[in-house]
Design a protein around this ligand. Sequence first.
Ligand code: NAP
Length: 290
Amino acid sequence: MNLTVVGLGLIGGSLAKDLRSKCIAKHIIGTDKNIDHCKKAQELGIIDSYLPLEEAVKDADLVIVSVPVNATLKVLPQVLDAISDKTVVMDVGSTKSEICKAVENHSKRSNYVANHPIAGTENSGPTAAIDGLFDKKTTIICEEEKSDPKAVLLIKVIHEAIGMHVIHMGAEEHDRHIAYVSHLSHVISYVLGKTVLEIEKDETNIFELAGSGFASTARLAKSSPEMWTPIFLQNKKSLLKSVDEYLKNLQDFRELIANNDADSLFTEIGKINDIRRVLEGLELKRAKGH
Ligand code: NAP
């Protein structure tokens, strides 16, 4: 098929690589507002050529929109305006409600499949694109009832071909759930990074003491502001609820430490260790291909 990727960064680039290696995409056209990313993506063999948006999408069988979620609100309707009746369009945005609302009354709404692959890294741009990023991961298709069943089937089949497990959800349900398991983790990581950076001003050697625990907890704080500012704002309602619940738990935890309440701390940490069962169960499920 002829594939066009709008936004040649980590996710768009990685999808292009996997879809080419599985022989699903024969010819791949890229388009990006950043000309250096277009050139780099071609040099890396991620795309065959690049064109301005409207020309890039007009003869495509499939268009993947992989730009930050605020840009998706503008780019997705432009793509739907420019495609043929047969072209299928999907996005990969980390939020779904506002994006779905932006095209709910578009005459080509049924050509579009709202999608969010739960896979990524803290890196961005075409050099961050990696092979096999999506293997044994999950992708979420939202509002499938608003898409042409053939378009949904295509999106399901290509994700399964690159090793993904496909699930379905409403857009608001997606945003509510993802606030807890993705967006809140980024907030916590940014705030941890900020707290330690501020202390570093007085304590020059603090980062020499940082071990792998700090590195893994602060990893997400390397993620770009271009990507995460609009995600936080688009998912504000659900995210604020999860942040408030987190703050309450943090305050309670603080009290146990302040009160030297060893028994309660011991019990509390023991209960939270149940996260090991949850995460290991998830790993096992993934290893078995769900
Ligand atoms: P990325 O690596 O920063 O790539 C985005 C690309 O889109 C960049 O080349 C960017 O150029 C370009 N771009 C920005 N605005 C544009 C516009 N209006 N028109 C055309 N190109 C534009 O980002 P990514 O991590 O691949 O994320 C892309 C999408 O995937 C986002 O919607 C994000 O929510 C979703 N997602 C991300 C992850 C993750 O872990 N990163 C996981 C799942 C889903 P500039 O760099 O010059 O701005």
